[in-house]
Design a protein around this ligand. Sequence first.
Ligand code: SF4
Length: 406
Amino acid sequence: MKCKTCRFIEHGIYFKQLPNGNLTVKHCCNMDSLPEENQPHLIEEYNGSAINWEKLFEKKRNERNKFRNGEYYDICKNCWELQEQDIDDEDYISHLTLAHITKCNSRCIYCFIGKDETQHNAPQQYRLLPLIKEMKDKNILRFTGSLRYMGGEPTLLKDFEEITDLFVENNIPEIYLPTSGIKLSDSMVRACRKVPNCCIYISIDSGCEETYKKIKRVDAYNLVLNSLKTYANANIMREHVISKYITVLGINDNFEEIDKWIADSKKAGLKMLAFDIEYSYVHDKSNEKFLKHLLKLRDYAEKQIIQADLKIDKYVPYIQMLQNWAIENKEKLENDFPKGSLTVSLKKMSNQAFEAYLNKIIEENSIWNKPELKLKASFIQKIFFKKYLKEIKYISEKYSFKTSFI
Ligand code: SF4
């Protein structure tokens, strides 16, 4: 029998660590973005006592019946996991998702947990391997679906190697691992060789050591590049090892860095790249003024990736949101021409003063149809302060101003 439903609602379970070290148990990880009170928990807070599986499956049955009747959560309506699929009425788990959230070997500039001293690297209280073995022994767990890991850094999860090997030995067809790539996992190398759909995402976000350090705040660019290379060489489907580039304003939002990232990825033998933007640009209204700049970078990255004979991964959430923004504002983007012009003298003006000046004009003119800036620079400035002028060009691009020098 077929029905439009979600495989995680049908047969999924998601264990996630809470800040206090306890676990919470849900159907899928995407639901984390729903308000806490609207999230359908299977167990709100697991404190190490025995799980009442009958009660848990009763909750799953209720939820899956709602889905089968077309009652979806808002977040599910546009989710690519909501699909017409074969269903059965048995109670078992075939999709296991694990997230321990806090443990990490980097401290990315855009990570919420990394900013929170109480959560970053908070200890893991419960081991998941005994629970997984219990599920296997009770015939609750079937190895016909997927094993999925979520952040922090999954390879630091206690028993990560044993858990992964258990699934690989039992012929799981799908593994998903987002990882920093700093720690190369032997079990994941084995998974790459054996699991048909072994998908590994590594956010390297840079094309050199220096930029990597600024974003990740650890010195590990070459280690990560080596992990990408090792996983790609071992993978049955080389294009399932994906190097990701999350754009961060003021650090890696320029063509040169994108070029270096593509070149190093190609050298490492990768076939698929993912270009993304940092979360806050599509969630924080005050960052809307940067979206045109990010759109331009996205277009550039995609063109260069194709030119390098590599493929683009399209399942990148924030780029999809940026794309939606571009569709919603299609008319404005097409008719976004400078409204008049302003002459600005750069003499005695620092970059910071220029950036502050631009900010003021943006506030006065919205992000659309901003006036063209005619920058007045002396001959000497143009000749001897090339770096300064390059930075001004960058600032203008960031705010999507048309600029010219007079
Ligand atoms: S449809 Fe998407 S958001 Fe909804 S339960 Fe499935 S995976 Fe989660």
